[in-house]
Write a new protein. Structure first.
Length: 385
């Protein structure tokens, strides 16, 4: 089947018996309203999916399974039938501001979906992300008119020629400072019996910034402000924001380099030096995933050390900087990032908190890492989702 960003009208009509009107595609963006992605209900999401699909597949028949309510449309399930073809089951997730760092999180969510096909509905899907989604056979529609639908041997639609439609800029939630705030909220959720002053003090974020960000979270209906504190309404959205910030704004800025050590691939040897350490050190990445679940065979180990202890720590562990190293070193900015409730390796080696580990394991597209992240979420962050 020829791969192209443009639809071959005759090919679709003759082979699939699909009534096709290319003019509809030109008006597809008229059905998409930018800000609806933040607060759309299920009826609105269903309408966007239906209008988008029928712009290409005029005689497609869609049946939405769930009753459309006024609640936020995070997930839509529907059946699609084109012409005389068999019915296909589809589950669509609604997500704004897709970035490469959030794809693994969505893949993790899709592992719990039983539908035959998966779909993403978003404000904009860039060509690189579109290629990744297509490779993973995840359908998509965005408000710019980009689309991918494929039923092997039956339907193929792939268009990524449309540019992002610029919209009014909103309060930016993706920042390193907000990462500290979101980490604190998720660590202590779903209900926090705390006022803004206490949240600011414990998250190490200024009171003004906390007030500003909480107002935006409230506007987006991610949290609800109560008389005695804060209630998290959309925990999965908050988790997605945390993962994005951790992988894009926090972890890259704290990276110190790759290292090798005398003990080769046996990362358990880190406990040899644990008793010598003067302060707690964090262990993350695949090695910590193995410690949490016993499910991974790690290829890398991430170590987190305070900045003022970094030089001495590297000497104690005998780390030698190398581009081929399997140990990645990071600056530990706060002990809050550590899991102090469970043993790590030895006395001073602590596993990263499950929230950090969940994000860590979604950094790659490795399926086993994604499965391990899902296992950690189910066991330690079960209230989220």
């Amino acid at each position: 089947m020829k791969e192209t960003g443009l639809i071959n009208k005759a090919f679709l009509e003759n082979i699939f018996n699909i009534v096709f009107d290319i003019q509809c595609v030109q008006y597809y963006h008229m059905f998409m309203i930018h800000e609806r992605f933040e607060k759309m209900n299920r009826n609105e999401a269903a309408a966007i999916i239906e209008n988008g699909l029928k712009s290409y597949l005029i005689n497609a028949r869609l049946e939405f399974k769930k009753e459309h309510s006024s609640s936020a449309a995070n997930e839509i399930e529907f059946d699609i039938k084109v012409g005389d073809e068999h019915t296909s089951q589809v589950t669509a997730l609604v997500r704004r501001n897709l970035r490469p760092s959030t794809l693994s999180l969505l893949e993790s969510r899709f592992t719990t979906v039983n539908s035959q096909f998966k779909m993403l509905l978003s404000d904009y899907i860039s060509p690189p992300i579109a290629d990744t989604l297509r490779m993973k056979k995840i359908w998509f529609i965005d408000e710019a008119g980009n689309i991918y639908i494929e039923v092997p041997g039956k339907i193929f639609i792939f268009n990524t020629n449309n540019k992002k439609i610029e919209i009014e800029k909103r309060h930016p939630l993706v920042s390193q400072t907000n990462g500290k705030l979101f980490f604190y909220l998720l660590k202590n959720g779903p209900q926090l019996k705390s006022g803004y002053r206490e949240i600011a003090a414990k998250s190490m974020v200024s009171l003004g910034k906390v007030s500003q960000t909480m107002a935006e979270l409230k506007r987006r209906k991610i949290i609800k402000i109560m008389a005695d504190g804060v209630c998290i309404l959309e925990s999965l959205k908050l988790l997605e924001l945390w993962v994005q910030i951790y992988l894009e704004k926090i972890k890259p800025q704290l990276f110190k380099g790759k290292y090798k050590w005398p003990y080769g691939p046996d990362f358990s040897n880190i406990d040899r030096v644990s008793a010598q350490l003067k302060t707690a050190i964090g262990i993350g990445g695949e090695r910590a995933g193995e410690l949490y679940t016993g499910y991974l065979k790690p290829a890398f180990m991430d170590l987190w050390a305070p900045e003022n202890y970094m030089a001495e720590f590297k000497k104690q562990v005998k780390l030698l900087e190398s581009p081929e190293g399997t140990i990645r070193l990071y600056t530990l900015f706060s002990d809050d990032l550590l899991n102090t409730d469970e043993p790590g390796e030895g006395i001073q080696i602590k596993k990263l908190h499950p929230l950090a580990m969940y994000a860590d394991l979604l950094e790659t597209s490795d399926q086993r890492c994604i499965e391990t992240a899902h296992m950690i979420k189910e066991k330690y962050l079960g209230w989220i989702g």
